[in-house]
Design a protein around this ligand. Sequence first.
Ligand code: SAM
Length: 293
Amino acid sequence: MAVKKSNLKAKPQAKPNLHVAQTPKQPLTKPYNDIDLNNWKEYPHILTDTLWEFQARDKTNGHSYDYHGNYIPQIAQQLYERFTKKGDIVLDMFFGSGTSGIEAVNMQRRCIGVELKQELVDYVSQKFDAKTLVTDINIICGDSASSDIGVKIQDRLAVMGSEKAQFLILHPPYDDIIKFSDKKEDLSNCATTEDFYDLFEEVARNGYEQLEKGRFAALIIGDKYAKGEYYPLSFGCLERMNRAGFKTKAIIVKNIEGNEKAKGKNANLWRYRALYGGFYIFKHEYIMLFQKV
Ligand SMILES: C[S@@+](CC[C@H](N)C(=O)[O-])C[C@H]1O[C@@H](n2cnc3c(N)ncnc32)[C@H](O)[C@@H]1O
């Protein structure tokens, strides 16, 4: 019997192994972070939406709730990964208990912090070892709104081998909600909210001067009620950031359950006050992102 010729093509032979070495793909990064966009799916922990909800404050790796008014470290973790590279210098103009500095060390960044209260600077300095306080963390006791703060920041930048900072954090007092000191330079001691905005603008301008072009700034702030009226401090400060030269990039709403102790205990009282006074209880604050273009 004649063998029927198959319609199928002959099985292809295995490709010869040419032993060509595969060159590894170069990381695809932006100039302001270390995120490799070739592998962008490998960063599921980085938030990219405008609603941030954290269940509890991170109290590990040197962080604690030792200062009424400190921000939760998860904010710095998110911002540093997104807007800084390893070794970059973060400038925080309201250093407080040093959350920005602690997280800078944890994430191999560096930090310069300005804080008005000497006793707080002394306390926070103890959180870092002597070598770190020269090479990686520099704390200045001074007034962030003053005209001479730029020179002091420049001195520290020079010690750290940089002309400018690569990220700016502004976490000012929320007007007079918490009184941080009796000092007249303290933004929590302004006679009026308009005065608060004016001083804040001075700080924003000083920060703008020290920031590298193309880099980002974060403003962390909440609003307030006083005498039956809502004061949108966040949007007031946003406008002053724009006046100082910053371009607005994002407005993020963040829950504040993690920050607050007192309101939890008095939840019923606040609810009664809200129903009585015709207002709503704050459950959020803002993280606003800006760029120096
Ligand atoms: C909201 S707290 C910042 C807390 C800080 N982010 C933290 O996590 O600990 C604001 C801080 O700004 C400081 N401050 C107020 N006015 C200032 C000024 N003119 N210059 C520098 N610091 C100032 C206050 O003493 C206070 O510690």
